[in-house]
Design a protein around this ligand. Structure first.
Ligand code: SF4
Ligand code: SF4
Length: 206
């Protein structure tokens, strides 16, 4: 039987090094220190509810398995950071996955990101993260009328709880829009919209 070992410290460590030095990675991220204890998987909701396995992601990265970048499984993580908090050696599968996704996007893999388009548009419009309108009916289906009640009476509920309005003042929304434009967010959103349209068109033709 072939015994596979992790190749920690091997010379060709392009993938691990690029993750460690990525701007999104914590300064002291322990990618190379992973001991495959599986504690991240034990607390990972994506691992519990799908074929995703956070320990496996950490392992594939250590093995320099670049195919992980294009594996749809990395899109099952929803960035809850439970793995990040529990890892005994300071590794962060949460950060690793975000970096892997950016690598995939940079190489033109956009079909998974299209799901997030509505969230981006909603951020552009309101200046805050919120659940886009297009998910409204699905949520009513899942949660029931209670969700509808909350949506309709949100301002009153917030007032009762001593909270202010959920929406931002107009000036703040405008400033956020400017920031999103200057940082390239708007441009990326436009590219994503164009990709969505072209995929729709090619489906119609097909
Ligand atoms: S990333 Fe951390 S918690 Fe997960 S297997 Fe490696 S050492 Fe364990
Ligand atoms: S951030 Fe992703 S990998 Fe980490 S525990 Fe949450 S779902 Fe799992």
């Amino acid at each position: 039987m072939e015994i596979k070992t992790l190749k920690i410290g091997k010379k060709n460590n392009k993938l691990t090094e690029s993750i460690i030095h990525d701007l999104r990675a914590s300064e002291d991220i322990g990618v190379n220190k992973c001991i495959q204890c599986g504690m991240c998987t034990s607390v990972c909701p994506a691992s519990r509810h799908s074929d995703y396995d956070s320990r496996e992601i950490a392992k594939r990265v250590l093995e320099e398995d670049e195919s992980v970048i294009f594996d749809d499984i990395i899109w099952n993580c929803f960035s809850c950071y439970s793995c990040h908090s529990i890892c005994p050696v300071g590794n962060s599968v949460a950060e690793i996955v975000q970096i892997l996704r950016q690598k995939a996007i940079a190489q033109g893999k956009l079909e998974q990101v299209v799901t997030f388009l509505a969230f981006g548009e909603s951020l552009m419009e309101l200046g805050i993260g919120s659940i886009p309108l297009e998910y409204f009916n699905i949520l009513i289906e899942i949660i029931g009328d209670e969700y509808l009640d909350i949506k309709i009476n949100l301002d009153d509920i917030r007032e009762e709880l001593g909270l202010g309005k959920l929406t931002l003042p107009e000036d703040d929304t405008r400033d956020i829009k400017i920031i999103l434009e200057k940082t390239g967010f708007t441009g990326r959103l436009e590219k994503l919209k164009a990709y969505k349209e072209s995929s729709k068109n090619s489906k119609h033709k097909g």
